[in-house]
Design a protein around this ligand. Structure first.
Ligand code: ZN
Length: 210
């Protein structure tokens, strides 16, 4: 699904986003350890996996990282980036202490430990902890697109993720309030449909009720 020119959503169990607007950046890698839907999208759209410059992981949950090792195997030059407080879980140098339990994905070293407020691949990095300790959202300020990962959910209307998946539900809500301070129109989430217009106002309205 093309959300905006050069911005594509690959709808697997958890959504992955591909930015092919002058960069080739993959955000999240699906629950499929073969990452088949990602490779098939690349093939159909004339890109080789080796063209990917970065794979940015919003957080360490299995439905976002299970495909990472397969992607990295076919895109060895791609940098793997994750929030600094999730990087050790993605790399499996620490055992993940929250739901849904310890990691099972193949370990992949993290090249870039993303810090709150830095710019990476054209995105402002926004640390949005609570769903996981190092959950990271990405804001393309120029294009007004927020990639919220599991900092937000739209499956039953816009709101928090179900708390059974959050390591710190209170902090998760604080992160939604934090996101409400930024300007954007489009919101891409890990689970549920994207919001194509008026996303910033909708997030503000939800945050005000938390
Ligand atoms: Zn998650």
């Amino acid at each position: 699904m093309e959300i905006a020119k050069g911005v594509h959503l690959i709808e697997t169990f958890a959504n992955c986003a591909i930015f092919s607007d002058g960069r080739l950046v993959l955000v999240d890698t699906s629950v499929d350890d073969g990452a088949k839907d990602i490779f098939s999208w690349l093939r159909k759209n004339g890109h080789a996996p080796g063209d990917i410059s970065s794979v940015i992981v919003t957080h360490t949950h299995p439905d976002h990282v299970l495909g990472l090792a397969a992607v990295k195997a076919r895109a060895p030059g791609a940098k793997v980036a994750a929030g600094k407080d999730d990087a050790d879980y993605v790399a499996r140098t620490k055992v993940y202490p929250g739901p849904p339990g310890p990691q099972k994905h193949d370990a992949v070293p993290v090249d870039v430990r993303l810090e709150d407020g830095q710019t990476y691949e054209g995105f402002l990095v926004i640390h949005t902890p609570g769903h996981t300790p190092g959950h990271t959202s990405l804001l393309d300020k120029e294009r007004k697109i927020l990639v919220a990962g599991d900092a937000l959910n739209t499956e039953k209307g816009l709101g928090p993720m179900p708390d059974q998946y959050n390591i710190d539900p209170k902090q998760h809500r604080q992160s939604i309030k934090k996101l409400a301070n930024f300007e954007f129109e489009t919101v891409i989430v890990g689970h549920g449909k994207p919001i194509l217009k008026g996303g910033g106002a909708q997030v503000k309205a939800v945050a005000a009720k938390l």
